[in-house]
Ligand binder design. Structure first.
Ligand code: URP
Ligand code: ZN
Ligand code: ZN
Ligand code: ZN
Length: 466
């Protein structure tokens, strides 16, 4: 049966207006004032915002990392995402040197198929640039629809690639139509700083932050941007945490280099002092790059406001405190890096961004949904509300106050990094391709309903619009 969302306020990256939305099958088929459709199920959205579903460009589900595997898999992770208002994720497919890319991609399909409750795509990690990788890349991009490639400039002896690999990836991406993503930190220098700290008996979680200073995030960001310029290619810097990295991105953009930047809720709200918590609790706040001194937050908010950073990823990479984060007791370098953020990304940006007057409502939609859809080849199927688009919709109560907590969240993990924080606004109902996944705050979706998204190649014209 068709669905008719009535009396809501539709908000896109460009507009805000009162209208009704008709959904037939997976698709939005009409938008108009006072629509009266026979045989349609009416959903009243009075007093609510009607947003396009969130697009989270950065997740790690069912991922082996740090001697363990993330606590959320594609079922629990996408379910929590849906509760939070996200209807599309793009997850990172890891690869291993010497293993065909196609095999790694198949492994990631096997993790997601039959589990995901919302739609998903993959980014592809590039660890080396061999003849085999060169031969497979165009197939991955053009046939498999994996149109973004990830290069790690950190995690020495685990994921880190060298500058030659980054440069050649940029060249290949330009040729075949992919966007190159970087984790921008100087892994070689960090390795040295970690060894020195441990040799001096500095083993507590805070030394995770102190051995990864912001200056080397800035250095790696600038290096990647300059290699992008040299290759005449395109770059997306994931999880930007600091003023130095923002400056490098802004400087490259001012020179006309096609560089984009993402930050994450944890860097906007939390700071380095969390890593000093007693009883090893600081381990809950171990991310790479690390949380920074509080004054970096203003640089990040300003960059979102003025367009120097364009997206908010969750970088969801959840590990339980008990048994997983605890692997680093006595050695901070063994704490699995990452935290649970997939569920609260959307509402945190609304509450801390829009409600606190830091960004506009339209900027909120752009940052949390539309821009990622454009950059990663999903627009206009995803990322907006218009006739012909997938009916991925969030009906959002902008006034309710609630407290974030592990007691009430839906992520499969034993803590919430934003525990006790009161925010304003909550998704009430969430539809994915026209079907309720969340209805009146209850889960009504089904594992396996989420579909793999083959994405379009990078279009330097489309995402260029700010
Ligand atoms: O600490 C983090 N960010 N964990 C996830 C892996 C990554 O570097 O994105
Ligand atoms: Zn090629
Ligand atoms: Zn990273
Ligand atoms: Zn990540």
């Amino acid at each position: 049966m068709a669905k008719l969302i009535k009396n809501g306020t539709i908000v896109t990256a460009a507009d805000q207006y009162q209208a009704d939305i008709l959904i037939e099958g997976d698709i939005i088929t009409r938008i108009g004032l006072n629509l009266d459709i026979e045989d349609a199920e009416v959903i009243d959205a009075s007093g609510r915002y009607v947003f396009p579903g969130g697009v989270d460009p950065h997740t790690h589900l069912d991922m082996p990392f740090g001697g363990t595997v993330t606590a959320d898999n594609f079922e629990t992770g996408t379910k929590a995402a849906a509760f939070g208002g996200t209807t599309t994720i793009i997850d990172f497919c890891l690869t291993n040197k010497g293993v065909p890319l196609s095999r790694s991609v198949q492994t990631w399909h096997d993790k997601a198929t039959g589990k995901a409750v919302i739609d998903y795509g993959f980014h592809l990690m590039i660890a080396e640039m061999t003849e085999d990788v060169l031969a497979e890349l165009p197939i991955m991009i053009k046939e498999e629809g994996i149109t973004s490639l990830k290069v790690f400039m950190a995690y020495k002896n685990v994921f880190q690639a060298d500058d030659g690999t980054l440069y050649r990836t940029l060249i290949e991406a330009k040729q075949h139509g992919a966007l190159v993503m970087v984790h921008a930190e100087n892994g070689d220098v960090i390795e040295h700083l970690i060894a020195k700290a441990l040799a001096e008996g500095k083993t507590e979680p805070i030394y995770h932050a102190l051995t990864r200073p912001s200056v080397i995030e800035g250095e790696a960001t600038g290096r990647a941007a300059k290699l992008t310029q040299l290759a005449n290619s395109q770059l997306y810097v994931v999880h930007v945490t600091c003023q130095e990295a923002v400056e490098q991105i802004a400087e490259a953009r001012n020179r006309g280099v096609d560089v984009w930047g993402e930050t994450c809720p944890q860097y906007l709200l939390l700071d380095q002092t969390s890593l000093e918590k007693d009883d090893f609790e600081g381990a809950k706040y171990v991310w790479s790059p690390p949380l920074r001194a509080r004054d970096h937050q203003e640089a990040l908010w300003n960059a979102l406001k003025n367009g120097q950073l364009q997206t908010l990823g969750s970088d969801h990479c959840s590990f339980n405190f008990k048994g997983q984060k605890e692997l680093g007791l006595g050695d901070f370098s063994k704490i699995p890096n990452g935290g649970p953020t997939i569920e609260d990304r959307f509402s945190i940006l609304f509450s801390e961004g829009v409600k606190k007057g830091r960004i506009t409502l339209n900027q909120f939609v752009d940052i949390v949904s539309t821009r990622s859809a454009k950059l990663f080849g999903l627009f206009p199927q995803k990322g907006t509300i218009a006739v012909g688009c997938d009916a991925d919709i969030v009906i959002f109560d902008p006034n309710v106050q609630r407290t974030l907590s592990a007691e009430t969240h839906h992520m499969n993990v034993d803590y919430n990094p934003f525990e006790g924080m009161t925010i304003t606004g909550e998704p009430v109902s969430v539809l994915s391709r026209g079907k309720f996944v969340i209805r009146d705050k209850q889960f009504v979706g089904s594992p396996g309903a989420g579909q793999f998204l083959k994405r379009s190649i990078y279009n330097s014209a489309a995402p260029g619009v700010i």
